[in-house]
Design a protein. Sequence first.
Length: 667
Amino acid sequence: MKSISLKIFICSILAVSFHLMLFASDRTEIPHIDMVRVSSGSFLMGASGTGIHRDESPAHKVTLTYDFMISANEITNAQYEMYDPSHKAYRGKNGFSMNDDEAVIYVSYNDALGFCSWLSARTGRIYRLPTEAEWEYACRAGSMGPYAIGDRALPKSMLKSQIHSEQPKPVSLVVGKGLPNAWGLFDMHGNVEEWCMDYYSAYNDAPAVNPGGPERGETRVVRGGSHNTPVEFLRSSNRSALLPADRNLFTGFRVVEVIQDCNLNYTSVDVCKIRKCRVNNWKPVKDAVFMEPISFVTCEGDRTIDGMYDHNHCPTVTWLPNGDILAAWFSTMDEKGREMTILQSRLKSGTAKWTEPELFYKVADRNMTGSALFFDNETGILYHFNGVEQAGTWRNLALTMRTSKDCGQSWSVPIYANPEHETGNQVITGTVKTKDGRIIQPCDATPTVRGGTILHVSSDCGKTWQRSDEGKEDIVPEYVEGGEGHRIAGIHACVVELEDGRLMALGRDNNIYRNGVPYMPMSLSHDGGNTWKYSASCFPPISSGQRAVMLRLAEGPLLLVSFTDARIDHKNIKGKRFMRRGEEYVGYGMFASLSFDDGKTWTEGKLLTDGVERYLYGGAFTGWFKMDADHAEPKGYLAITQSPDGIIHLLSSALHYRFNLEWLMAE
């Protein structure tokens, strides 16, 4: 721990926000803010959290050696807009926070800092956000139970405005209407989440004095829960986080006035320096290869992996110049859960077994559905795209992006490719870079099983992004043969660029019928993904628990990997006809098909099995299945990459397949 003067910290805030004060320099109003004095003292911070709440542990003693003032209520629209009148444009967005006396929302961490700096300059006092320790100390108000009000359970009168819904329901955010805690502070449980000063990090069990959090980090702490937060996450000890640039309908803030000089202690953090990424000498594999499938979701014995749960699904994969294969996927108890974490594993160069899973990406208490990895061999940049919810579920995700220049050993601070928490940001693996340098990231257009896929497109290496359906919400796609629309037909779509610059995509559901028979929908775009024309492909449709992938191989042809049957219920299994040693047979499960004429025609395909009888665990919705000469994996969310040695690396929900073009073309 090292001590840094609070005055120096405040001066830095004032300097950073000086330009913000200038635009309001002709304003003389000063908001009236009711403040409550909090005396110095010690308390037990955190809880004995496990599983989804493990970040609350270990509980540890914290001592604050100084008195401070904290606002009795969250800052309101009227108070905040004395500083930033332009914020009125956010009033009523999505039906929330219309009135002067409602808690301000749609404010970022830096917005909140700017208000504190402006208020400090106006009053000659020192205002800032509360530290996480100050917030919990003030919230508990001497209590040690889950809640400061009601102790074991929140009073029913306080829960009337709590409406937990995937699609948030507008409620009143008027401050100071509920019950105060013992120290006279309102809305510490619910109403809106509140920014704290600290970077988010794990606790340790050492007693702490005047903690200020780590020196640096990626996300900032938010506390208290909102009007849409499940009650278990409203507890005094519950911890959440957000990217500092996040503006959403759940988050506001309250302020602290510093009345005694104090030194906040910041935890030292090692700076992640970019390390040189050695270049592997990939040796081309010329013989036909199909290797025994292995699991990439493994851990030894009874070891507990941080952030690993029973449900592991939705992988993404890429090759790296150092010879590694890198995979990432989500791990959760419930796909709509706040505990969802992104894990990673590597098949390191020259090894036969994947490394144990480890934490890859997490914003505390936020659903993290959808990941994509993409290594740009031209620039040497590794991209990671991920959805981040403002709460639980995957409905209203924002689209975040990180980059790495050292094979994923260190990562840039996450930024928003799309900061709006809205539909259309559920990431699909299968990032594409076009011949003219555009990066294309497919995302599900809706959170439902039907509704299509859209693209996020960047022409400047990820600095700026545009949605392919921007401003086209009123155009209803017609998913029929010859129909047109602004979305790709089918969710979880796989996209490739054709030789003539057109984009082609195949999707799940929104099936197109021909002579009464459903087929997987194919979408073609002549304008970079802005509009699409639909037709039936030659492939059977897929459905729940399945995601197809498509890739242009280094050798030239297009490769599709999909499934023979959409329903795996032992009632409607039809299989697909394949050829083996000159004879036709019916195969079931995962198959590969090639196109040598840019998608005009496709081979009958090959079942992805070497004919050896095995019982394999496919994870997620697949479970155990039997592989043999006529059966391959029946389900799975697929991800694919081809390393420079020609090996195709295919991931299902839990298994890693390795084969090459020579094997696909062999009898």
